[in-house]
Design a protein around this ligand. Sequence first.
Ligand SMILES: Nc1ncnc2c1ncn2[C@@H]1O[C@H](COP(=O)(O)OP(=O)(O)OP(=O)(O)O)[C@@H](O)[C@H]1O
Ligand SMILES: [Mg+2]
Length: 505
Amino acid sequence: MKLELRGITKNFGALVANDHIELAVEPGEIHCLLGENGAGKSTLMNILYGLYQADSGEILLDGVAQHFAGPGDAMRAGIGMVHQHFMLIPVFTVAENVMLGHEQSKAGFLDLSAARAKVREISARFGFHVDPDALIEDLPVGVQQRVEIIKALSRDAKVLVFDEPTAVLTPQETDELMVIMKQLKESGTAIVFITHKLREVREVADRITVMRLGKVVGEAEPTATNAELASLMVGRSVELTVTKSTAVTGEHALVVEGLSVIDAHGQVAVDDVSFEVRAGEILAIAGVQGNGQTELTEALLGIQNRVTGTITLDGKNLRDLPINEILEAGVGFIPEDRQDDALIAEFTIAENLMLDRADGAPFVKGGALQLKYLAEFATEKVREFDVRTQGIGTMVGRLSGGNQQKVVLARELSRDLRLFVAAQPTRGLDVGSIEFVHERIVATRDSGVPVIVVSTELDEVVALADRIAVMYRGKFVGIVPGNTSREVLGLMMAGEVPAGTEVAA
Ligand SMILES: Nc1ncnc2c1ncn2[C@@H]1O[C@H](COP(=O)(O)OP(=O)(O)OP(=O)(O)O)[C@@H](O)[C@H]1O
Ligand SMILES: [Mg+2]
């Protein structure tokens, strides 16, 4: 089925999120939609999926104009969408989840055996290996995403939208998704693929449309270089590699000894890990998602319950302190899930920028909130971090994904830091913003702060790290220099230490 969007315009108040957008996607084509944070990509796709109504413009499927009052209409017309935050019910099985969505649909089947058969049939067709009776909560994210795809295909989606599907996937899951997208394309599906990762674009795109500030600003060939794509996206040239001097380390340090964490399921998530991060250096923790990195950072921040071992900052104990005391000790934290752990969607940008800091100067004096100070502070941070918004009174939940992340970064990097712990700091950010955030992290290091960066992106690890700890199944496989080759890191991420590698651990 051919998709055409003609003259789509959408305003949010005074903001023009989509300005006369034209986009055509042929059956059997993977069309990449690129653009900086806040460019209007998700808005456009939400209109196509019936979640938002356009102010003007038309959606055509095989030349016929469509009117979608809600996602139900869009699905019936053959549009499927795989959201970044999955819409699955964790305590239900795969087949139950696939069946659920059908209740309102015409083609629906309400019995479980039909749903199971459908899951098996689609799984077999695309080699998904998804068990219809598995509980969603027991499945890795990559497999959950396949369930979303199965859901869409079970309703005969002929146009499939993927909005940043790879942000939460491991490199291997990403490769597998690329294969799946190519198979779908072969079977005639029209695909819209939104991503900030240029390597993925190069791998699967047939055509590329670039958006900026609500407008289509150009098309690019899949053969375009990273630098060309990056400058089309952000309207200027982007430094794709970080420049940093050799680390100059100081005495002040975070020292962790024999740290173990038992997770909520009673499993050993972090298994006897010891390391030190000195003032002025960046220790990157690399590894495939789910090898204990999350629990390790959460233990440092006092948000894991069953922790043993010692954690000291400048010789002072941090373990088992309440989180507010840890923050007061000068620990800045970027959690991996910004929506759940770092922001309050219904609060304004200004309010989110002072979260956890409401108990004293400079935001509160003599019990009174310093509104003028807060407004100036927030305005300055929005400018400095280039948060694309209409104003500091905007609710954070209304910001685009990447701009929400910038609010978290702005808050955490504005405090007087003694230690900075950043998990997936650039997840969802466009190339221009990544450049900026990397510069800020290096500047934080250079100001004499020990920095821990947890990242599943090898590009990011290699760009930032002075030393790299590779984590596998709760343990550090080893700590290696920042210039260790990707091949060696890749092997270490699978738990092996290649002969001849010097590790300090
Ligand atoms: N419900 C809403 N109310 C008000 N403004 C909104 C709403 N949804 C989106 N916006 C604004 O519309 C603009 C486009 O946002 P959109 O989410 O489409 O960007 P995006 O291209 O998907 O960016 P990202 O790469 O960060 O995900 C942003 O300025 C955003 O703040
Ligand atoms: Mg988006």
